[in-house]
Design a protein around this ligand. Structure first.
Ligand code: BEZ
Length: 389
């Protein structure tokens, strides 16, 4: 038998590295690239996701599968035009093993393309763009959050159940807003309602006055809104200030009131939304999570913190299956995709396309919490249209 020369061994090593995206190291710290917004309307969402991810790692003694974790960070500014350059800082400059990001659907689409092209592992801890777990799906991409369609659809179900017949929708004109409205419309019209008009403004605009005047003039039975972060705070306050809360009920996917209630104050009280998390879910898992989060960060956990925490749980499931050996890429991604995540939101699994199959809750804004009021849809799965694996 021929013993391998230094040259053939080196070639073999290079081929293996190429097959796993040229990142994998068998020892030393695992390099985690956090690409999240640190500035702009979604800044607080990025902080909560990072906190949640790091909390899970801390709970494991600061290591995953026995290996130290080294973080690399990029502020994506929720700017899709900078998405490719920003993600390549993590892929090409920092040579990370996994990317966790991001919040904004448009930025995440650029990240998914770069992750596919370079075969880098990507865990999406928020952005719901349907294409990521649709036509762009791949073994190296999973999501710990939701598809935009899911909370939109769940809110449409409850709006129709409330007997509303004529709706108007309002959102930012980009993938998340448009896909969430599509989900709402599908369920609302299936339930016997009709969407009369879709209103929108460019992301991250907050000049709502002209659109609120149009709502007041049309007097629909209900308004469905998708906004999040700083934009959601301003929208809910403007809606209340326009005197519309009493005349045209406002509903939204839960991002309208998640992580925002303190800033929204009185204006948001009583708002009904649908989402895959409610603050007061009274389970040992959620209670422990909220307690640990509050101790670590002196802040209340929200849905974004949960999604960051669960991104770490999904990654840990993959790493544990291969004992921390990132070179065993196929076994790692298979284990990540077949995990049952013991989440603060309740247990969930991932669809074949890599998107959570999860219960969608009805919530009511009460004080600083989005309180559980029932299940809107059980085990809701995104249709995963166009995903071929
Ligand atoms: C998105 O762009 O996908 C998104 C942003 C904030 C909250 C929810 C979704």
């Amino acid at each position: 038998m021929r013993t391998p020369t230094l040259f053939t061994t080196a070639i073999g090593t290079l081929a293996l590295a190429a097959s796993v995206g040229a990142h994998a190291q068998a020892s030393g710290p695992i390099k985690v690239g956090l690409m999240l917004p640190a500035t702009g309307t979604f800044a607080a969402l990025g902080v909560a996701i990072e906190n949640g991810f790091k909390l899970y790692v801390q709970e494991q003694g600061g290591k995953l599968a026995g290996r130290d974790i080294q973080y690399f960070k990029v502020d994506d500014e929720s700017d899709p035009s900078k998405g490719t350059d920003n993600v390549n800082k993590l892929i090409k400059r920092d040579n990370v093993d996994v990317i966790v990001g991001t919040v904004h659907s448009g930025v995440a689409l650029a990240m998914a393309k770069a992750a596919k092209d370079s075969n880098t592992l990507l865990i999406v801890p928020n952005a719901g763009a349907g294409d990521i777990t649709g036509p762009m799906c791949g073994p190296n991409i999973v999501r710990s959050s939701f598809s935009n369609w899911q909370p939109g659809y769940a809110t449409g179900v409850i709006a129709a159940q409330k007997g509303h017949k004529r709706a108007m929708t309002i959102t930012w004109n980009y993938a998340a807003g448009n896909e969430t409205v599509k989900g709402f419309t599908e369920a609302f019209e299936k339930g016997g309602g009709k969407v009369m008009k879709d209103l929108n403004l460019p992301f991250p605009g907050v000049e709502f006055q002209a659109l609120l005047t149009e709502i007041a003039a049309q007097k629909p039975d209900v308004v469905f809104a998708f906004f999040a972060g700083g934009g959601a705070v301003k929208f809910v306050k403007d809606y209340a200030a326009a005197g519309l809360m009493k005349t045209v009920p406002l509903m939204g996917s839960g991002f309208l009131t998640d992580g925002t209630l303190e800033a929204q104050g009185e204006a948001a009280q009583g708002l009904i939304t649908a989402l895959h998390y409610a603050d007061n879910l009274d389970t040992p898992r959620n209670n422990a999570f909220r307690k640990n989060y509050a101790i670590a960060y002196k802040a209340n956990a929200d849905v974004y913190a949960v999604q960051g925490y669960d991104a770490a749980q999904i990654f840990a499931a993959g790493l544990n299956a291969v004992k921390g050996d990132l070179a065993k890429r196929d076994a790692l991604t298979a284990a990540m995709r077949k995990v049952t995540v013991d989440s603060p939101r309740g247990k969930f699994t991932l669809s074949a396309a890599g998107n959570p199959v999860q219960d969608m809750y009805i919530r009511e804004a009460k004080g600083k919490d989005n309180e559980f009021r029932g299940v809107a849809v059980k085990a809701l799965a995104d249709p995963g249209r166009g995903c071929k694996l």
